[in-house]
Design a binder for this molecule. Structure first.
Ligand code: PLP
Length: 235
């Protein structure tokens, strides 16, 4: 079932890229495996998936320890400063940096371990109360500039979580706004900042996001099926 789902999502990404005049290689599919047990991740791995997304530190590190080391782990959930130390050196990309204090902690821990941690600044483009992320575009640009001078951390781009909507087209304006913000930041020519990465689009709206320039799409339900939060996922 996982292989079929992944093949379907792959097909749709490819088709959307073709229509948008984009190279398929510009878009990476992240399989969002939160709450899902190891055998399902192993199925995705067997299919060829090497990018997995998790939103909880403990779950990410447990899965990291249990699965092959060529997997790129993406931290996509809200991150507390006191948990940064558990994932630096393990995580390929942190998508959810939304404050300078969090960036400072990632920097400190990365310098200690002599690694450079790649991060995205999370922007709450739709300004939803219930979500994390920077709500003002100008503040997001300022945060990128502030983080840029910290050692051991590299800003690679931006991330957004669009609202849950019935009609994905409603989110197009938010994806366009995130893309425009990245273009604006590129024009500032900030040292140590690249804006190559746009992490946007989930199961309900990844095709719209790809057509607006997403380089990472984060798909959970569309690959692994509905999540059951009723019981804790057992590995
Ligand atoms: C859970 C989650 C996803 C995946 O959501 P689906 O709708 O299941 O594809 C993507 N991004 C983030 C940040 C998430 O927490």
């Amino acid at each position: 079932m996982i292989a079929e789902n992944m093949a379907r999502v792959e097909r749709k990404i490819e088709e959307t890229c073709r229509k948008a005049g984009r190279d398929r290689k510009e878009v990476t599919l992240i399989a969002v495996s939160k709450t899902k047990p190891l055998p399902l991740l192993q199925e995705a791995y067997a299919y060829g998936c090497r990018d997995f997304g998790e939103n909880k530190v403990q779950e990410l590190t447990e899965k990291y320890d249990a699965l092959p080391k060529d997997i790129r782990w993406h931290m996509i959930g809200h991150l507390q400063r006191n948990k940064v130390k558990y994932i630096v050196g393990k995580v390929f990309l942190i998508h959810s940096v939304d404050s300078f204090r969090l960036a400072e902690e990632i920097s400190r821990e990365s310098v200690k371990r002599q690694v450079v941690t790649s991060v995205l600044v999370e922007v709450n483009v739709a300004k939803e109360e219930s979500k994390f992320g920077i709500r003002s575009l100008s503040e997001a640009a300022a945060l990128v500039e502030q983080i840029a001078v910290l050692p051991g951390i590299a800003v690679k781009g931006l991330m957004t979580i669009a609202p849950y909507v019935e009609n994905a087209e409603e989110n197009r304006e938010y994806f366009q706004a995130l893309k425009q913000l990245s273009v604006d930041i590129i024009q500032k020519n900030i040292d140590n900042v690249s804006m190559d990465v746009l992490s946007m689009g989930m199961t309900g709206d990844y095709e719209v996001a790809v057509s607006e320039g997403a380089t990472y799409v984060r798909v959970g339900t569309g690959i692994f099926g509905e999540r059951d939060y009723g019981e804790t996922a057992s590995l």
